[in-house]
Structures are given as C-alpha cells and as structure tokens.
Write a protein that binds this ligand. Sequence first.
Ligand code: ZN
Length: 91
Amino acid sequence: MAERRCFVCNHIFENTRPVCHVVFFDDGEIQVDCGQDDHGDADEFSRSFCLVGLNHIVVRDESLPEIFRREKPNTSFGRNDAQSPWISYVL
Ligand SMILES: [Zn+2]
C-alpha cells in the first residue's frame, strides 16, 4: 500500500506542539496542524506547511488512530488541547 501523506504545520513537523486539528478535504488531501492561528497568511501560510508521511504522525498520540479511522471527505476534527475530546465539524 502506498504511504499516505499529509500536510503538517511547522509545529507538528518539529514536534513542538500536539496535534489539535485534522482536516480531510474532498480531494483526499489531509492537513494536520496544531490548531493555533499563528501560521501567517497567504505566502507565509503555505511556507509553514510541508508534506510528511501520515504514519509518522499517527503514532504520536494514542487518540490519533481513531481520528484517521473516522476519515470522511469535507470533515475536520479539532480539540482544545491534547487532553480535550475531539469534536468533528463539516467543512
Ligand atoms: Zn502549528
């Protein structure tokens, strides 16, 4: 099976913050970020994200495999911090 990849913010890439936001787009792309709003805008925003293998992300937190099992296009999952429950949203 080909490895899935996802876009992560620099905080997830550098593992300085927990994953608090996961977005499943309708084209199959996945974005995983820290859920905070300090990624800049426009050009800066796209520069703070990069592609990594999803398998490297899923193993970071025991609640994440469940979120990726619930993958659904046009849906996002968010939580306030690593101890809070995940909440799903329709995009
Ligand atoms: Zn971030």
